[in-house]
Design a protein around this ligand. Structure first.
Ligand SMILES: Nc1nc2c(ncn2[C@@H]2O[C@H](COP(=O)(O)OP(=O)(O)OP(=O)(O)O)[C@@H](O)[C@H]2O)c(=O)[nH]1
Ligand SMILES: [Mg+2]
Length: 326
């Protein structure tokens, strides 16, 4: 597709309109377009520091992100924000809300803010978000912040794909126990207990430190995730937060932890694409259609056993080595 080349050229040259087009392409475009964009941006990426910001709904992720952006701008960085909204198929409302929260900083020329809806898109969040990050990375931003609501496995996965992951909680809202349930404690490199201006914040931080201590044995070695009290609305604790985010970056780069994490992210992406291709090859043999329906009937009616049916379906793919995965 020829116009994709022009779009990629434009985004590499720093044209915002083309950046927006490329993001729309990887978010909603067909596979041929996504491939073309990725082929162009992937080799040019890897320089940006990607930072995940996650946590339960309403804890202050967007407010905190806005403060972090402002502080990074003060430090001379070019910053992109990808606000992933898992609940709404329409980006309009979320985008407007986040823009408002971002305030003046949203209009700074070194800042780019983009919301991304996830529901209703083929492949979902885990598939589209890394592509969008790759585009922003190639566009030359120093830092790419990805805000996701840490409620589901997919969101946690996206957060864990970042170089540095900030997990936000707040007293009453995402306390330590809730966070542990959602599986977000493990992915945190920096913990923020936001709304430090409200009662209970200190205790929430204490509980969190206690919960972390229980898990501390046999951790990554060398990085001890700090628990920071922040009052994002009053812009208190924000500079300390940015200090820790940058300290984690320095540590991860020097220790090799970043390389390990990026390799893991690459593995997850490749694995997902391979599985998607295998699924696509099942389609012509009636995967999800006649052949599968028939197989399910046979198993349910006890005419055949599930292993025999699975072997049979995989056999029809004609992969070398056959189906029996023994
Ligand atoms: N008291 C207090 N309220 C805060 C603070 N930071 C954010 N809030 C409020 O908490 C509410 C949620 O803030 P957001 O930044 O939208 O939180 P969020 O985590 O991004 O929310 P979702 O994206 O909807 O999950 C808003 O009403 C904010 O004004 C803070 O430091 N102190
Ligand atoms: Mg938000």
């Amino acid at each position: 597709v020829r116009h994709v080349d022009r779009v990629v050229e434009g985004l590499l040259a720093g044209r915002r309109r083309d950046l927006a087009r490329a993001l729309t392409a990887v978010e909603t475009g067909d596979e041929a377009v996504v491939r073309q964009v990725l082929a162009a941006v992937h080799p040019r990426g890897g320089r940006a520091h990607t930072v995940g910001v996650t946590g339960p709904p309403g804890v202050g992720k967007s407010t905190t992100t806005a403060r972090v952006v402002a502080e990074l701008v003060r430090r001379g960085r070019r910053v992109a924000v990808l606000a992933v909204d898992p609940s709404s198929p329409f980006t309009g409302g979320a985008l407007l809300g986040d823009r408002l929260r971002m305030g003046d900083v949203a209009t700074h020329e070194g800042v780019y803010i983009r919301s991304m809806a996830t529901r209703g898109h083929l492949g979902g969040l885990a598939w589209a978000a890394p592509h969008a990050v790759a585009v922003l990375d190639a566009a030359g931003f120093d830092v790419v912040l990805v805000e996701t609501v840490g409620v589901g496995q997919a969101e946690v996965e996206v957060a864990s794909l970042a170089d540095t992951c900030v997990v936000v909680s707040a007293p009453g809202l995402g306390d330590a126990v809730q966070a542990a349930k959602a599986g977000v404690l493990e992915v945190a490199d920096v913990h923020v207990v936001n709304k430090a201006d409200t009662p209970g914040a200190r205790r929430t931080a204490q509980e969190l430190r206690g919960a972390l201590q229980l898990r501390a044995d046999g951790d990554e070695g060398g990085w001890d995730p700090p628990v920071l009290l922040v009052a994002a609305e009053r812009d208190q604790g924000t500079a300390a937060l940015v200090d820790q985010v940058e300290a984690h970056r320095t540590w991860a780069e020097a220790s090799g932890a970043r390389a390990v994490r990026r390799r893991r992210a690459a593995a997850a992406q490749v694995r997902e694409l391979v599985l998607a291709r295998l699924r696509a090859r099942l389609d012509p043999v009636g995967w999800g259609g006649d052949a599968l329906d028939q197989a399910v009937e046979d198993v349910a009616a006890r005419r055949r056993d599930p292993y025999a049916v699975a072997d049979d379906l995989v056999d029809r793919l004609g992969l070398p080595g056959g189906a029996a995965g023994a």
